[in-house]
Design a protein around this ligand. Sequence first.
Ligand SMILES: Cc1cc2nc3c(=O)[nH]c(=O)nc-3n(C[C@H](O)[C@H](O)[C@H](O)COP(=O)(O)OP(=O)(O)OC[C@H]3O[C@@H](n4cnc5c(N)ncnc54)[C@H](O)[C@@H]3O)c2cc1C
Length: 495
Amino acid sequence: MKYDVVIIGSGLGGLLCGNILSREGYSVCLLEKNGKLGGSLQTFGRKGCIFNTGLNYTESLDNGQILNQYFRYFGLTERLKLRRLDENGFDIISLPSGRYPLAMGRNNFKENLLRYFPGEKDGLTRYLETIQGICASVPLYNLSDKSFNILECSSIGVGAADYIRSEISDPVLQNVIAGNNLMYTGHDKKTPLMIHALISNSFIESAWRVVDGSHLMINILANNITGYGGTILKNAKALKFTTDNNSIKSVLLDGGEEIEGKYFISNTHPEQMISMIDRLKISSGFSYRINNIEDTIGMFTMYLVFKKNSFPYLNYNFYHYNQESTWVVGDYDISKWPQMYALMPTASSKSESYAESASVITYMQFGELEKWKYTFTGKRGDDYLQFKRDRCEKLLVSLEKQFPGFKSCIETYYSSTPLTWRDYTGTRNGSAFGLLKDFHRPMESIILPRTKIPNLFLTGQNINMHGILGVTISSVMTCGEIINVNDLINKIRNA
Ligand SMILES: Cc1cc2nc3c(=O)[nH]c(=O)nc-3n(C[C@H](O)[C@H](O)[C@H](O)COP(=O)(O)OP(=O)(O)OC[C@H]3O[C@@H](n4cnc5c(N)ncnc54)[C@H](O)[C@@H]3O)c2cc1C
């Protein structure tokens, strides 16, 4: 059978493109290499607890806010159970000098910080106006139907850390404002102000957890696709594209099957997409660029199971730094590991008073895993397991200092490294958010959905932005290359 659209990868980007296009009447075939759909939205269960892997919290879901409107269109708003985080501190930034809240709502955000930094009223006001202005200038963050080219946004060429330093005088507040930069692997010499602004402003609007696991989102989105007549194939690894003149004709799967299509969308890391195409069909400049763009750093996650009713459920994320600077990536030092971590309890419908489980996330460079580079999940050997246990123990020592008695609340723990991500999602070197965006080289590090091959498109976190909101917007940009983007925006606006 020949499909209208073949989508490779069922991460959030693939699922959303599948939703949009099948709803528009296109016959869609979604291919996933794993036995489970969802990519980074996958969850896993241990000891009766659910663990999120790549969705710990999300943003702008109050009525009238941007992700709420997108979720409405995808049928998620009314079908997902969501928990709004603490209004007066959805993120707590813990530095050696003290703990500081990032609060929801622009005024509330400012007032809460002014209690600690009373002299910074003007700087905070200007900062909030700037990040709001940047969001307002990006059409798909407002569902306006102006055409959008990320390269036209001037804040893509300005450094986030430089901007914050220029606006805010107190060095502690400068660090607090960027204190949740794990959400964009903030690099003080590379991260564009635009990335900081789009993410921070959206979380300041409102921050939420999905209750009982992000796999519920996958189920809803996958059911929508099949409900609209689409096909989903699991354990269907795409290996190679075949071409007909200048276009893609089909994709060959691991098992030998050939899936033909009119349009093809790749939700994989762009380097993987390039490796699937005959070298002569893709411009050498594009391949060179993709192969040479740096990726964002990977993450080490410790998944904790708490003893029943032993550790309180924190309705916020706790970002702890063992140093004053919150810009850790550019200053990564293995000898000081972990320089920071985020403790993110899972929201469960079983209790709002006690935490059942939590993730503790920190950075990990791929180089530390070099020794196990050629191994696969579950078969990496005892020394790898010992390495992971050692890293978990280091995290627990630091957590115990912040929450005395913490270790005694833990029943057991599990962990994942960037190698785990590489093997599950196919992202290069287990990078957390794919291609790194560098404000010095915006032209090089920003990839648009259209390729030189007329029926091949890209979607997901490497286009536009990572994260739930970023990838949602990427999917609209991608589908807007196939269907009329203004009609689509109108439908989302009126959902
Ligand atoms: C540790 C961590 C924590 C995070 N926490 C948050 C958070 O709290 N909030 C937030 O907004 N974002 C968070 N993110 C980011 C967010 O999860 C991602 O940006 C987003 O889910 C990426 O979606 P995607 O569609 O680009 O691709 P992916 O999730 O990477 O999916 C790609 C899919 O393609 C499949 N695939 C790859 N190759 C092939 C092939 N050859 N054939 C078939 N299928 C293939 C993969 O198996 C996978 O299913 C986090 C990320 C990490 C790493």
